[in-house]
Write a protein that binds this ligand. Structure first.
Ligand code: PT1
Length: 265
C-alpha cells in the first residue's frame, strides 16, 4: 500500500504532494513501482497533528480519488463517516480508520453499505495527544483488547469479517520499545486474529530514526526495510509505505522466504 498524503503538514513528505498534479504524478509513480493499493489521506495523523474540518478534508481527497480509482484500488485514510461516504461514492474501495471506530462508529455503516474493506487500527487518545499519554504496561494485551472491541463494533454495524483488516498502530500512543515489541511479536497477533488480514505501517516513523542516531524521516529507508521484512516474516499481509519500489523488492524476497518455511514444515 503506497502512502499518498494530500496534506500541507504530513511528517515525512509534508506539503510535497499538496497540489493536485503533484499528487497524481506521485500516485502514478507508486503504481508503476508495484503498489497494489493507494492510501489517500487528507488529514495528518502524525504525533501532535490537529484535526481538520470535514469540508477541508473532502476538498483535498475527493478529486484525487475520482482521478485514481479507475487505475488502482484506493483506500481512504479517514476517521470521519462523512469523508468515508464521499470517498466510497467517488470510487474508493477501502476505509482505513486509525481510530478503530473510536471517533465515529457511523463510519462502519458507510463501509458496510458500500461492501468496502475496512482497516481497523489500534490507537490511544488522539494524534494530537497520543504521545503524551502514560504508556500502558502490557502493549500486546492493550492492542489485542482494543482490536477485539473495534471488530465487535464493526460487526454490529454490518461489516463482514472477511472485509476487515487489523493493524496494531505502530507509533500511535506507544513507546519506541513497544513499537519494536509489536513488530517482533506480530506472529502472536496473527494467531489471535486468524480470520483477518493483518496490516502494519512502520514507514519512516520516529522509532526508526531513534535507532539510527536521530536520522531524519528521509534517511529512514533502510531501517524501514528492516521493519517491513520482520513484519512479513511474522505474518503481515499489507504494508503501508512511502518507498514503494524498494519495499516491493524486499517484500518479494521476504515473502519467498516465508513460503519456503511454510512448505518445508
Ligand atoms: C498506520 C498509519 C495509518 N500510520 C494505518 N494507517 C499513519 N492503517 C497514517 C511517528 O512516530 O500505521 N496504519 N495512517 C501515519 N501516522 C504516524 C504515526 C506517522 C507515528 C508517524 C509517526 O513518527
Amino acid at each position: 500500500m503506497g502512502v499518498l498524503n494530500v496534506t500541507p503538514d504530513s511528517f515525512s513528505d509534508g506539503g510535497q504532494f499538496f497540489s493536485f498534479d503533484k499528487a497524481i504524478a506521485h500516485a502514478e509513480q507508486m503504481i508503476s513501482e508495484g503498489a497494489d493499493i493507494i492510501d489517500v489521506g487528507g488529514e495528518s495523523t502524525r504525533p501532535g497533528s490537529e484535526f481538520v474540518s470535514d469540508d477541508e478534508e473532502l476538498r483535498r481527497v475527493i478529486p484525487i480519488i475520482e482521478r485514481l480509482a479507475s487505475s488502482i484500488p484506493i483506500s481512504i485514510d479517514t476517521t470521519k463517516a462523512s469523508v468515508a461516504r464521499a470517498a466510497l461514492q467517488a470510487g474508493a474501495e477501502i476505509v482505513n480508520d486509525i481510530s478503530g471506530l473510536r471517533f465515529d462508529p457511523v463510519l462502519a455503516d458507510e463501509a458496510a453499505r458500500a461492501g468496502a474493506g475496512l482497516v481497523l487500527m489500534h490507537s490511544r487518545g488522539t494524534p494530537k495527544t497520543m504521545q503524551q499519554l502514560p504508556p500502558v504496561d502490557d502493549v500486546m494485551s492493550e492492542v489485542i483488547n482494543g482490536l477485539r472491541e473495534s471488530i465487535a463494533i464493526a460487526e454490529q454495524h454490518g461489516v463482514r469479517r472477511e472485509s476487515i483488516a487489523i493493524d496494531p498502530g505502530i507509533g500511535f500512543g506507544k513507546t519506541a520499545e513497544q513499537n519494536l515489541e509489536l513488530i517482533a511479536r506480530l506472529d502472536q497477533l496473527a494467531r489471535e486474529f486468524p480470520d483477518f488480514l493483518l496490516m502494519i505501517g512502520t514507514s519512516r516513523k520516529a522509532f526508526i530514526g531513534k535507532l539510527l542516531n536521530d536520522a531524519p524521516a528521509d534517511a529512514r529507508l533502510h531501517g524501514t526495510i528492516a521493519t517491513v521484512v520482520a513484519a512479513v516474516l511474522n505474518g503481515a499481509h499489507i504494508v503501508r509505505v512511502h518507498d514503494v519500489k524498494a519495499v516491493v523488492e524486499a517484500v518479494r524476497v521476504a515473502d519467498a522466504i516465508r513460503n519456503a518455511k511454510a512448505y518445508a514444515s
